[in-house]
Design a protein around this ligand. Structure first.
Ligand code: CAA
Length: 282
């Protein structure tokens, strides 16, 4: 494993590209929008500068990391010669299925196709390719350069060999991989999202205010962020879409998204990215 392509240059995509490049991999960061690619490189530069200022990396590593990243707005040529693709496009099933069909046609037969999806079925994504044994979930956490976990999700047909390659690769990024099977929400979001939803229900039912709910979980459970602040950080639209996947996938009313969350997303209050959520951001 040496050459990696990352599809999508948003928050997760640029963090994944940053992490691979910092650990010596050659990365092609691919996005249809040139503007988004420029923004992603600026973000990576800023985050590397922060690491240099904190003394966790040297200026030379920062320079090498940036040199290890090329950008491309053409998916076909960007993935034609890579060992691994990590897809981190928008969380939309139709889009992901289309991307995986294209990747199957444009990559070498042995290329492993990974997705950073937070809740879409790996088995369903794999089903549109002719290499279901080489399709796997590689779910990084935000902020990617900081968080230690990679949730490695085996689709129904993912091979043992591909799973061990991705576990080993994750360790080479100084991450700790955890292997899980492909069921709705996997483990991370199956447990995280009901907690966030319950925090939103507590607010909706008037049990306590935003800051009070977050303080209880930060001070009482040593969470670095309270659940409402974390929901804003993840994106309220993303939280809603994951809850819908859990609700549809298990058919259990305990996963039904709180009406307040539905209303906020419909009103355009999506958390940090829209400037307003449970908190206001300027
Ligand atoms: N790139 C590189 N370094 C970064 C960074 C980035 N994007 N963001 C923060 N950092 C570094 C800082 O430089 C700092 O480094 P040192 O420890 O070496 O000093 C460290 O991270 C802590 O940052 P700050 O001091 O600025 O801020 P903080 O102490 O408040 O921590 C946080 C910020 C790491 C985000 C912390 O609040 C946290 O852990 N929050 C919870 C994050 C979380 O739960 N993420 C998972 C979300 S769920 C998900 O991603 C998956 C999904 O499917 C929804």
């Amino acid at each position: 494993m040496k050459n990696i392509a990352v599809i999508g240059s948003g928050t997760m995509g640029n963090g994944i590209a940053h992490t691979f490049a910092q650990h010596g991999y050659t990365v092609t960061l691919i996005d249809i929008a040139e503007e988004a690619l420029k923004k992603a490189i600026n973000t990576i530069d800023k985050n590397l500068t922060r690491q240099v200022e904190k003394g966790t990396i040297t200026e030379a590593i920062k320079k090498q990391t940036l040199e290890n990243i090329a950008t491309s707005s053409d998916l076909k040529s960007g993935v034609s010669n890579v060992d691994l693709v990590v897809e981190a496009a928008t969380e939309n099933i139709d889009l992901k299925l289309k991307i995986f069909q294209d990747l199957d046609a444009a990559t070498l037969p042995d290329t492993i196709l990974a997705t950073n999806t937070s809740s879409i079925s790996i088995t369903e994504i794999a089903s549109v390719t002719k290499r279901a044994d080489k399709v796997i979930g590689m779910h990084f956490m935000n902020p990617v350069p900081v968080m230690k976990l990679v949730e490695v999700i085996r689709g129904y047909n993912t091979s043992n060999e591909v799973t061990s390659t991705i576990m080993e690769l994750s360790r080479s990024l100084e991450k700790i991989p955890v292997e899980v099977n492909d069921y709705p929400g996997f483990i991370a979001n199956r447990i995280l999202m009901p907690m966030i939803n319950e925090a939103i229900y507590s607010l909706y039912e008037g049990v306590a205010g935003v800051e009070e709910i977050d303080s209880v979980m930060k001070l009482g459970m040593a969470h670095p962020m309270g659940p409402l602040q974390l929901a804003d950080f993840i994106g309220l639209d993303v939280c809603l879409s994951i809850l819908n996947v859990l609700h549809d996938g298990f058919g259990n009313p305990k996963y039904a998204p709180c009406p307040l969350l539905v209303n906020m997303v419909q009103a355009g209050h999506k958390g940090i990215k829209s400037g307003n959520g449970f908190y206001a951001y300027t």
